[in-house]
Ligand binder design. Structure first.
Ligand SMILES: Nc1ncnc2c1ncn2[C@@H]1O[C@H](COP(=O)(O)OP(=O)(O)OP(=O)(O)O)[C@@H](O)[C@H]1O
Ligand SMILES: [Mg+2]
Length: 230
């Protein structure tokens, strides 16, 4: 039976997907394609030669499922310290939906993105430590990811409001043609160090934007906290 998402209010939207709390399980979320930005729209936007690739290669949900299965095989449980779990596809009234672990704080609220936290508080000592822990984990385990964007990382807090961990919820896998694990380790490490350096660069850029009166862009803001409304 198809899960009805149309009556629900999404808690967030990215450039490609709408995110809903799973109506049958509040500890999970369902991600569907944005109806206003189809796979065909996405392919068209890419231009030549990328627009020659098959439509399915533009589907983030398929790609995420593929990468998550590979990661679990390669790393086992360890990887889920800093990566959200993935539970496969369900049928919804908005098309196929990918079910993932919904990252919530100890008080039940959906965890905020790193972008929002740094925008609100600057880079506190605590946050700097959490970013460092993620960077060390990424480099040590050579987790393949595209750019570590600040709106694709969420900050999970404990019951004291302290940062428990950072969790990457999107952007896994490698953008290159050759799967990363097939490359020599030195090369993999170099690539990952570059991703981490870009993440630090993005943090600096965001810190430099904090004098502006408006949050830059809509990526990384929640539409509700998952407690008061649905
Ligand atoms: N598992 C999760 N737990 C908590 N929040 C999440 C989770 N997945 C997504 N979110 C929230 O929803 C937003 C959008 O989700 P997601 O990044 O998966 O969409 P997208 O359209 O693929 O993004 P992009 O614009 O990076 O392509 C995130 O920035 C985050 O705030
Ligand atoms: Mg995203």
């Amino acid at each position: 039976m198809s899960i009805l998402l149309t009556p629900e209010k999404p808690f967030a939207q990215g450039g490609n997907r709408l995110c809903f709390i799973h109506p049958g399980d509040a500890s999970r979320c369902i991600k569907v394609r944005r109806p206003d930005f189809t796979l065909a729209d996405r392919r068209r936007k890419k231009g030549f030669p990328k627009n020659l690739k098959p439509l399915s290669s533009f589907d983030d949900n398929l790609e995420e499922m593929r990468v998550m299965t590979a990661l679990r095989k390669q790393y086992g449980e360890l990887v889920f310290r800093h990566v959200s779990r993935c539970f496969g596809f369900v049928e919804t009234d908005m098309g196929p939906g990918l079910v993932s672990e919904l990252i919530r704080d100890a008080n039940g609220a959906i965890s905020q993105t790193l972008k929002k936290v740094i925008w609100d508080e600057g880079l506190t000592e605590e946050c700097r430590g959490a970013v460092e822990a993620l960077a060390v984990f990424w480099e040590k385990n050579l987790v393949p990811s595209r750019h570590l964007l600040l709106h694709n990382i969420v900050v999970q807090r404990d019951d004291q409001g302290r940062i428990r961990r950072l969790v990457v919820i999107d952007g896994l896998g490698s953008a290159g043609l050759v799967p990363m694990r097939l490359l020599p380790t030195v090369f993999q490490r170099k690539k990952i160090q570059k991703k981490v350096a870009v993440m630090h660069g993005r943090i600096e850029t965001l810190l430099g934007q904090r004098h502006q009166d408006r949050f830059p862009g809509y990526h990384g803001l929640l539409m509700h906290d998952g407690l008061s409304t649905r």
